[in-house]
Design a binder for this molecule. Structure first.
Ligand code: GDP
Ligand code: IMO
Ligand code: MG
Length: 430
């Protein structure tokens, strides 16, 4: 039975939450494998709208085990706040499992995220300010606090005190901020210990046993391909591996057990935060896409930068993730346009690039080469089969799939769970 990875193919907010939810009742576990509460995944079920941040979208499916994998960075205050808010709405969060190896976002990580961004000024990344980068930096520099450390108070105190010995110098001497008090940090974390304890497990063991038993597991990415710390538009990226490889390291499921990779991609492109974006529209057309697609950040409420579909990026995402099927979302947002431009290649200093340029400097100078596709006037939000889509919409989809080098497995025509045109089975790819 399958283990399926769901990744974002652009700069995030492609509709991963909806795509994961679509797999719904056929899935036994959904594991989040990277990121933290920088993610904002919206799932619309009937009249109910849920904005999930740290919790995997599987939490909304009765019977599904939601898992926070070892690759995630966990803000415990946010975790319990989200659980309480969902419970108050009648969602059963009691099956949630958290990896003992996941790292914790401490208050000093949040403080450093905000202060570093301010310090960078015009060179800032435009982070979500949730402490994501500093928590992953601690993980890599081997000074991070892990979930399991909460259950050994002496170890926790020693680790926090050790980390702060350096960080307080930075906070006070570089950024002119108050130093963090180690005891206060430890007390805050210990305050979550008893509530957390029953949720904690060896999630790699749990997941591999589930696969042994023939169960179906979905691995849900936060962020997206171009925000991946290795494969994205570095340094304007998040601090984790949001591509399909991260699904293995961030969950403890080996590559040999992954059966398919669903790439979620919008019918146009958006980006939040700083960094290059070749097809960005800084004019009224960009504003129109933002309004039609309600493109405002789920986490920070920031207006998303909007632009046309970029086939170079789609091809790149297909390649680095091994996409077996795309879920193309928000096709409905393009209805009413006379012509739809698609970026088919870049011009970099007079040279045509059909693939992602090798360097960021080249990517930053890339000018889109557009091909125009005829639009459609019809409202397609009620379409539930390919045959119900206008001819021009189907031609647009065929062209995108060919340029993206992977088939389109489902098409989103509205935010709701049912507002979908299924083409292939997302679990089997057939
Ligand atoms: P994620 O971070 O990838 O899960 O995406 P977000 O939830 O941040 O952003 C996607 C937004 O688009 C959400 O508000 C969804 O409800 C909405 N959405 C998803 N699919 C579609 C679609 O096919 N059409 C429309 N109009 N909205 C969609
Ligand atoms: P989902 O999962 C869109 C962006 C931030 C910033 C950069 C680094 O909803 O697609 P960070 O706080 O992670 O250090 O910020 O990454 N970013 C996202 N943009 N969707 C997301 O998540 C994002 N998570 C981070 O805007 O540019
Ligand atoms: Mg989002």
């Amino acid at each position: 039975m399958p283990a399926i990875v769901v990744v974002g193919a652009q700069w995030g907010d492609e509709g991963k939450g909806k795509a994961t939810d679509l797999l719904g009742g056929r899935v036994d576990a959904v594991v989040k494998f990277n990121g933290g509460n920088n993610a904002g995944h919206t799932v619309v079920i009937g009249a109910e709208k849920y904005a999930l941040s740290l919790l995997p979208s599987g939490i909304l499916t009765p019977g599904c085990t939601p898992i926070i994998g070892n690759g995630v960075v966990v803000d415990l205050g946010v975790l319990f706040g989200e659980i309480d808010a969902l419970t108050a709405r009648g969602v059963d969060a009691s099956k949630l499992v958290v990896s003992a190896n996941a790292h914790i976002i401490a208050s000093y990580n949040r403080a450093l995220d905000k202060v570093t961004e301010r310090f960078l000024g015009s060179r800032r990344i435009g982070t979500t300010g949730r402490g994501i980068g500093p928590a992953y930096a601690d993980k890599m520099s081997r000074t991070g606090i892990r979930v399991q450390d909460l259950f050994d108070e002496d170890l926790l105190r020693a680790k926090v005190t050790g980390a702060l010995a350096f960080k307080n110098q930075v906070l006070a001497k570089v950024y002119n901020r108050n130093a963090a008090d180690a005891d206060a940090v430890v007390d805050e974390l210990l305050g979550y210990r008893d509530r957390l304890r029953p949720m904690v497990a060896d999630t790699s063991l749990l997941l591999n046993r589930m696969l042994d038993e023939g169960k179906t597991v979905v691995l849900e990415a936060g962020q997206a391909t171009l925000l991946d710390v290795d494969h994205g538009t570095y340094p304007f990226v998040t601090s984790s591996n949001a591509t399909a490889g991260g699904a293995c390291t961030g969950s403890g499921i080996p590559p040999t057990r992954i059966n398919g990779v669903v790439g979620v991609i919008k019918a146009y492109t958006t980006r939040v935060g700083e960094g290059p974006f070749p097809t960005e529209l800084l004019d009224a057309q960009g504003d129109a896409l933002r309004a039609a697609g309600a493109e405002f950040g789920t986490v920070t409420g920031r207006p998303r930068r909007c632009g046309w579909f970029d086939a170079v990026i789609a091809r790149y995402a297909a390649r680095v993730n091994g996409v077996t099927g795309f879920v193309l979302t928000k096709l409905d947002v393009l209805s009413g346009l006379a012509e739809i431009p698609v970026c088919v290649a870049y011009d970099v200093d007079g040279v045509r690039h059909d693939e992602m340029p090798m360097t960021q400097a080249e990517f930053t100078r890339a000018k889109p080469i557009y091909q125009l596709f005829p639009g459609w006037g019809e409202d397609i939000s009620g379409a539930r089969s390919l045959a119900e889509l206008p001819r021009n919409a189907r031609d647009y989809l065929d062209a995108l799939a060919e340029m993206a080098t992977a088939p389109i497995a489902a098409i989103g025509v509205g935010p709701g769970r049912d507002a979908t045109v299924p083409v292939r089975d997302l679990l089997t790819g057939r």
